[in-house]
Design a protein around this ligand. Structure first.
Ligand code: FAD
Length: 267
């Protein structure tokens, strides 16, 4: 089974700062990691490969430093990795990002002389948090998709997906090729052992730019090709306005809270 895993490099912090001018994330000076959900997607891919054979190829779109994210995936079982990076791609919203990634997937298939049976991603990136990119890739490529996978099993050429939902889980069968996004899986992504880790440090990561994606329509890329227009972005200021009800019995306190919530139009 040939598997493409889409991984995003994200800031290793919960304190996301936004550039007030460009309305994009400030990444300078912030250490980066592979999006945690993508590490589960990679582990699932490597486990499928170990069982069924085939290749695992990682692709990541981002600035040059995102090559490090790709390299770290090579250390834990990916066979090959590509960085998608180009000046015309900067400022892409989710639709443009997913379009570029789908063009990159086609290009990588051609370069590697294979067809992907499965495209895996995380359920969402912990910085952008939209959970849109992988489902949009499925749409661009005309493939079926299953999101929020908790478990993936191969059965007679189809995949059986345990899909997380509000009140339990669904079991869904999907024919291949397909796009699947994963949540935290019931196993931990492996750590690199020293040999593969050292080996990965020596690997050149091929970079695909706009010139390499033969059929890419550049009017659908970058800031100008992005239909999302960010009007305003800001970090909300947390104001601590608490009301403490003390020295009264619980039933009176409950009545008071109820009256306050009614007055504020909350209930
Ligand atoms: C107008 C606008 C301008 C923007 N400009 C920039 C910019 O200049 N620079 C910038 O970094 N961001 C920019 N962004 C943010 C950018 O669009 C998102 O970071 C990107 O589309 C991914 O969305 P997300 O983080 O919500 O991913 P999600 O949809 O939450 O991610 C789901 C999964 O998709 C896959 N995935 C997502 N992104 C990538 C990727 N890049 N490579 C490989 N796999 C991926 C991963 O498997 C991930 O787990 C901009 C957004 C807008 C709206």
């Amino acid at each position: 089974m040939n598997i493409c895993v889409c991984v995003k490099q994200v800031p290793d912090t919960t304190e996301i700062r936004i550039d007030p001018e460009t309305h994009t994330l400030i990444r300078a000076g912030v250490p980066s990691i592979v999006n945690p959900f993508d590490t589960y997607a990679l582990e699932a891919a490597v486990r499928l490969k170990e069982k069924l054979g085939g290749r695992v190829i990682v692709i990541s779109m981002g600035p040059p430093q995102a090559a490090e994210a790709v390299r770290s995936c090579l250390a834990v079982g990916a066979d090959e990795g590509y960085l998608i990076s180009g000046r015309k791609f900067g400022g892409s919203d989710t639709l443009a990002t997913s379009y570029i990634l789908s063009e990159a997937i086609r290009t990588v298939e051609k370069k590697e002389g294979l067809k992907f049976d499965l495209i895996l991603g995380g359920k969402q990136a912990v910085d952008g948090d939209t959970a849109q990119v992988a489902p949009e890739i499925a749409e661009h490529l005309g493939l079926p998709q299953v999101t929020y996978a908790l478990g993936i099993e191969e059965q007679d050429g189809e995949l059986r997906i345990k899909r997380d939902c509000d009140n339990g889980y669904d079991i869904i069968s999907v024919k291949l090729p397909a796009v699947i996004t994963v949540v935290r899986l019931p196993f931990e992504p492996r750590y690199p052992s020293i040999g593969p880790w050292l080996e990965s440090k020596k690997r050149e990561i091929p970079v695909l730019t706009e010139a390499d994606l033969e059929t890419v329509d550049l009017t659908r890329c970058g800031l100008n090709g992005s239909p999302t227009k960010v009007k305003k972005s800001y970090t909300p200021v947390r104001e601590k306005h608490g009301t403490i009800l003390s020295r009264m019995p619980a039933d009176q306190a409950a009545e008071k809270i109820s009256a306050m919530l009614l007055e504020a139009g909350i209930i």
